[in-house]
Design a protein around this ligand. Structure first.
Ligand code: RB5
Length: 144
């Protein structure tokens, strides 16, 4: 399991804490995010992560911006991406279980690092349930 991680400036400090946590837990990751607190544009990083997930360079993605929304919206423009804003453990669990989400978008300005660790742990340890959810997620890509 290799995680891809991205962040904008609002997500920078939470990203640093999360990387420490992942190292402690021996979870492999590739950091594609911004490595300064200087202002950047979150779509630039959302697209890098989305491509890495789509081309299977990483298994799952974690994205971090202030609200989780901007980076989530941008990633979801990619046809192979199901990105979910996750602000608590139960949302993270259901995003994997029902939606087969492949990116977890974290709202850095609204959660603590400890909450982020729980959310990420839940995201990477939960599998898609399949069954009735398969036909639903298959209807997500834009129909012409
Ligand atoms: C940056 O100030 C902020 O707009 C961004 O991190 C994010 O919250 C956008 O949705």
């Amino acid at each position: 399991m290799i995680l891809g991680i991205v962040n904008d400036h609002a997500g920078y400090y939470l990203k640093l804490k999360l990387l420490e946590y992942l190292k402690q837990k021996n979870i492999q990751f590739i950091n594609f995010g911004s490595d300064t607190p200087d202002a950047v544009d979150y779509p630039d990083f959302a697209h890098i992560l989305a491509k890495a997930v789509e081309n299977k360079q990483v298994d799952l993605g974690i994205s971090i911006c202030g609200t989780g929304n901007g980076i989530n919206i941008a990633a979801n423009k990619h046809m192979g991406i199901r990105s979910a804003v996750c602000w608590r453990k139960e949302i993270s669990h259901l995003a994997r279980l029902h939606n087969n989400a492949n990116i977890c978008a974290l709202p850095a300005r609204f959660i603590t690092p400890e909450e982020a660790y729980v959310i990420v742990d839940e995201f990477i340890s939960t599998s898609f349930e399949g069954g009735r959810h398969i036909q639903r997620i298959n209807k997500i890509p834009l129909q012409s």
